[in-house]
Design a protein around this ligand. Structure first.
Ligand code: CO
Length: 211
């Protein structure tokens, strides 16, 4: 199957963009200076730049199944290091979404293949909060809670990461936020917690204890 239609759409998009702002691509090609790092799910329905209505060049993006910030993931660590130390982003957004297939798969005990290894990270979190999750309500309520707990856990992982801690010790302004996106209405929800210094680590821990 030819993908000609995609290339045609690209030409039209670039032409419209240039018509609106003739210097747009020249400016962007010279330098990227995003203020945000987005750590989100690979789900095609949660495109980072588009849902916050920003332009190309404004968000540095890392996406994987179930928006995980795993300490041993070289890809994630490379993105984090580049974003924090080279681009000097001011905000790291950990963004989960309700209705996440990765979270759903991790909550079921059925095997889905290679991705089981990746989702093991989520299954470990589910086991840690098993009682709270089971007491939360029906299957959908449990799944939504698991999505939120996962975002807070990943937020904690980012905050505990040596790259982020080093930036804080140097007094750099850097905040880590936890958000959840709802597919049904396109709305992002702030889970109401931010980490902006090494001292906030205990707070992340307490929040998860209160779950
Ligand atoms: Co997802």
């Amino acid at each position: 199957m030819s993908l000609k239609h995609l290339l045609e759409k690209n030409r039209a998009w670039a032409a419209a963009r240039t018509a609106r702002d003739p210097g747009f691509f020249t400016r962007l090609s010279a330098q990227q200076a995003p203020r945000y790092l987005w750590i989100g799910c690979s789900d095609s329905r949660v495109p980072a730049t588009e849902i916050v209505d920003l332009d190309p060049g404004e968000i540095f993006v890392h996406r994987n199944v179930a928006n995980l910030a795993v300490h041993t993931d070289l890809n994630f660590l490379s993105v984090l290091q580049f974003a924090v130390e080279v681009l000097e982003v001011e905000h790291i957004l950990v963004v989960g979404h309700y209705g996440c297939g990765g979270i759903r798969a991790a909550m079921s005990n059925r095997s889905v293949g290679l991705v089981d290894n990746w989702l093991r990270n989520v299954r470990d979190i589910r086991e840690r909060y098993k009682h709270q999750i089971e007491a939360a309500g029906d299957e959908h309520v449990q799944e939504d809670l698991m999505v939120e707990i996962n975002v807070l856990t990943q937020l904690g992982n980012v905050a505990r990461n040596p790259i982020v801690q080093r930036a804080w010790r140097q007094g750099r302004p850097l905040r880590v936020h936890g958000w959840v996106y709802r597919l049904q209405d396109g709305i992002l929800h702030d889970l109401g917690y931010q980490a902006s210094s090494v001292d906030d680590l205990d707070e992340v821990h307490h929040i998860l204890e209160r779950v």
